[in-house]
Design a protein around this ligand. Structure first.
Ligand code: GAL
Length: 669
């Protein structure tokens, strides 16, 4: 457990490095990440390489015992390269090439870009593989950030055609699968297929692009695969020379929805994953449960501890600033990361840069580089982590509940939203939130992975599932697991076509229900009552007909008053729940309590508003984190005696937390 900083030796005079290194050591900053945007420094002209500046920086910071995460600089192909090889540039959805002048302007499928990246990565890996300061590698930076996964250039079009040929074998097969008889879209060869750019309908139907949904989903998968393939190439290049762990910095769920990379697949390429955590900035303030959900996703991609590679450390924004982190918040956010599975938290950035697009984006230090309030707070965290590390290795929350996250379903639902206001990602958060409120950790899983370590598995809007995934869920239920499906689950095949089986299609037998009629609630609400108390649906109502299932919730308004909205079906030793509507926050909370209890989880834990409780363990030692997000003090009552692992005081009956304060407790022997 430790802290670090993102550092740019190239932004500062060398005379300053000494002050920086000394201040870092004093603050217990153990690791720096460097070099992710330095392509033009390494290769100022084609084939002319300069490494001295990096040699010097590594030797210098290494002498202070500071470890380094070394990056490949592929996120910033330089100007000379773009001018000479314009095919490197990404094309946007209208087919226009992006401009040089920011970053991430490249296409993952450009042969030239791939070749140039490989060449430089090879030189970097070879040169630095054995440098004693380096402890890990980062590939690229925020792969796919700012809608750069989906490119619409000629190279992508060609590769996409080959990808389709590989998948479908014959064009007849593709035609049949895509249903191209609809609107006379039959293709005669793979060469005839266009990449799905903004279509004829785009201006009026921009939500859907107007294109064939099966083609769109394939294109999204192809783009995600292209990023994974590019990443694998970079990882393999490093591996030829170095045994050190390799990672990259991923993005939060909301941004990833736009990014469109299947992170479960991408994460397989890495030894560990990391992400970039900005909480309050120019573009808004994230709620604590949203940030925890993002941490939960990160620990879930590999089911192991992760890092935060960029953690907010000052007021942030590009053109305007968000608020300065109130005293205590940097510490609070750091422990929120640690409680949820982060092993190392690296602050972005060490010091605010006086030039460039991000001249307003503050780091720990302001532009003046002097020790300040934030430096003092980070130093406090650094010292505490030293203390905590004596007793703990990386901690992971003890999750007994899991939510199935399906990138296929997410992309499918982004193509056809089903109803106004419905977002896959937000629906998953609606299921995550009540457990978070009660201090019950939740992991995210794929339908195909081992579910047996969880007592309760939730599958909101699992629109499509592989045969293997379906079998896996069924086996889990048969053996005694509790599973919940929501409305719009099981309705599609893996090609993104609607199934002809009665809703919920693939899951009808498991849920023991049939849905003949459903009501997408545009501009109205429907009242319900059931095991979740009284609740209101705002988006969707399935009129659920039990076949083998038992009714445990009903509608109380509209023409379907008295009909079922929720059921439970016995499958082997387990139970499968079906919830045919969305519910308000209060009802979702009661539903979580109901399902948790059914699954044998103690649901009467912590219910102080604005307080996150995380029960974590490093495998040997346990830690109960109590995090206060309120701007006022709170008192949390405790049933047992604990030791405060930072102050080593005994905690009996209650723990009092000041605004934004944190307690890390271990049960007294
Ligand atoms: C991240 C990125 C950093 C920096 C930061 C602030 O998305 O990885 O390089 O740009 O945001 O904008």
């Amino acid at each position: 457990m430790r802290i670090g900083a993102d550092y740019y030796p190239e932004h500062w005079e060398k005379e300053r490095w000494k002050t920086d290194a000394e201040m870092m050591v004093k603050a217990n900053i153990k690791v720096i990440r460097i070099g992710e945007f330095a392509w033009s420094l390494y290769e100022p002209e084609e084939g002319k390489y300069e490494f001295d500046w990096m040699d010097e920086a590594l030797d210098f910071f290494g002498k202070y015992g500071i470890k380094v995460v070394m990056c490949t600089p592929s996120a910033t192909p330089p100007k000379w390269m773009i001018d000479k090889y314009p095919d490197i540039l990404q094309n946007d959805i209208h087919g226009n090439p992006k401009l040089f002048g920011t970053r991430k302007h490249y296409c993952f499928n450009s042969e030239t870009y791939r070749e140039k990246t490989k060449k430089l990565n090879t030189l970097i890996a070879k040169r630095y593989a054995k440098h004693p300061a380096i402890e890990a590698w980062q590939v690229d930076n925020e792969l796919g950030w700012s809608n750069t996964t989906r490119c619409y250039c000629k190279s992508c079009e060609n590769r996409f055609r080959s990808w389709l040929k590989e998948k479908y074998g014959t064009i007849d097969n593709l035609n049949k699968t895509y249903g191209t008889t609809f609107w006379s879209q039959t293709y005669r060869s793979f060469e005839e297929l266009n990449i799905p750019k903004a279509g004829a309908c785009y201006d009026t139907c921009h939500d859907t692009q107007g294109q064939n949904p099966a083609l769109l989903l394939d294109y999204y998968r192809f783009c995600s695969d292209s990023v994974v393939e590019f990443t694998k190439e970079s990882v393999d290049t490093i591996k030829e020379y170095s045994d050190l762990p390799i990672t990259s910095n991923l993005l939060d769920a909301a941004i990833n929805s736009g990014t469109g990379i299947d992170y479960f697949k991408l994460s397989k390429e890495f030894d560990f994953v990391t992400w970039d955590n900005y909480i309050e900035f120019q573009w808004g303030k994230a709620k604590p449960e949203t940030v925890s959900r993002d941490h939960a996703l990160l620990r879930s991609y590999k089911k192991k501890p992760f890092w935060v590679m960029e953690q907010q450390s000052g007021p942030c924004g590009w053109s305007k600033l968000g608020p300065t982190p109130t005293p205590g918040k940097l510490r609070l956010w750091t422990y929120q990361s640690v409680a949820n599975g982060a092993d190392t938290v690296v602050y972005f950035r060490w010091r605010a840069c006086p030039f460039g697009t991000e001249e307003l984006w503050h780091g720990i230090l302001n532009h003046d580089g002097k020790p300040n309030r934030r430096y003092a707070e980070v130093s406090r965290v650094g010292a505490e982590m030293e203390e905590l590390s004596k007793n703990y290795r990386a901690l992971m929350p003890r999750a007994r509940v899991a939510i199935i996250k399906s990138f296929d379903s997410e992309w499918s639902q982004s193509i056809h939203r089903q109803v106004e206001g419905l977002y896959y990602d937000s629906l998953l958060l609606d299921y995550y939130r009540p457990f978070w409120n009660m201090g019950i950790p939740v992991d995210f899983v794929t339908a195909e992975e081992d579910l047996n370590r969880y007592d309760l598995v939730l599958a909101p809007m699992l629109m499509m599932v592989s045969d293997e995934g379906k079998k896996n869920i069924e086996t889990y239920a048969q053996a005694g697991g509790k599973v919940l499906f929501s409305f719009r689950s099981g309705i599609k095949d893996m090609y993104n076509n609607m199934l002809t089986e009665t809703v919920p299609g693939v899951f009808a037998d498991l849920a023991g229900v049939e849905v003949e009629d459903y009501d997408p609630l545009l501009e109205k609400t429907t009242a319900t009552t059931g095991v979740f108390g009284n609740g209101m649906a705002h988006m969707w109502c399935d009129i659920v007909k039990p076949v083998t299932a038992k009714v445990i919730g009903k509608y109380t308004s509209d023409f379907y008053a008295g009909e079922a909205c929720m059921t439970v079906n016995q499958i082997g030793k387990g139970e499968v729940y079906y919830l045919g509507c969305d519910l308000d926050e209060k009802a979702m909370k009661m539903l979580a309590v109901y399902l948790g209890r059914k699954a044998g989880i103690d649901m009467d834990l912590y219910k102080v508003d604005g307080v996150e409780v995380v029960d974590a363990t490093d495998g040997t030692n346990d830690a109960l984190f109590i995090l206060n997000y309120n701007d006022h003090s709170v008192i949390v009552s405790m049933e047992r005696s604990y030791e405060n692992m930072i102050t080593h005081e005994t905690v009996e009956n209650v723990v009092e937390l000041k605004p934004y304060d944190v307690a890390i407790l271990k049960e007294a022997n």
